[in-house]
Design a protein around this ligand. Structure first.
Ligand code: PNS
Length: 170
């Protein structure tokens, strides 16, 4: 309590497909956890782009394990409009990661759309430049063609990917 007003922690939502989570995502999560009292990492159930390679359960499990060191972070999922989910969770802000300038173009229109739908602002955090080339789609492509992505994804993610690749080889 300060100045007679109840203080409430700032709740942020970091949405994404996380198919799979990468070290770039984890870097944004770690930075956002330092900025906000509560951080919800929200996995979209059906990504708009294409059917996910990893099930919702797999994506949530990989994130939960990877986010275990951050006590203010919880992993949830949502379907439908992000703006509706933000309202339902009474979140204060959406967090998005930016890797390169070209990310900003699409993210800016998404941020404006979300603000027009729910009056919520989007704050952008830049991931470390060592992850500027890392995307979930490239990681999947390289890994399933036999490339080494150990430096690009959290350990729990690598284990799930390896298990999936072994299943596919059978
Ligand atoms: O990791 P991604 O695929 O870049 O995440 C995209 C995501 C999930 C943030 C975006 O597709 C989204 O918000 N989907 C929910 C549907 C929605 O609200 N669409 C309008 C966005 S302005």
């Amino acid at each position: 309590m300060s100045n007679g007003k109840l203080e409430r922690v700032t709740r942020a939502i970091y949405p994404g497909s996380f198919d799979p989570p990468t070290n770039g995502h984890l870097d944004v999560i770690e930075r956002a956890a330092r900025c906000f009292g509560e951080l919800i990492v929200a996995v979209v159930v059906n990504p708009q782009k294409r059917a996910p390679m990893f099930s919702l359960e797999e994506r949530e499990a990989m994130l939960r394990e990877s986010c275990a060191p951050f006590p203010s972070v919880r992993v949830e999922h949502f379907r439908g409009l992000l703006a509706d989910y933000v309202n339902a969770e009474k979140a204060d802000v959406i967090v998005k990661g930016l890797r390169v300038v070209s990310d900003f173009e699409s993210e800016m229109s998404a941020a404006m759309m979300n603000r027009s739908l729910s009056d919520v602002d989007t704050l952008f955090l830049m991931s470390d430049q060592k992850y500027s080339f890392v995307s979930s789609s490239l990681v999947k492509e390289v890994f399933f063609l036999g490339g080494d992505v150990a430096a690009l994804v959290p350990k729990p993610v690598l284990a799930v990917m390896a298990a999936k690749r072994n299943l596919q080889r059978r």
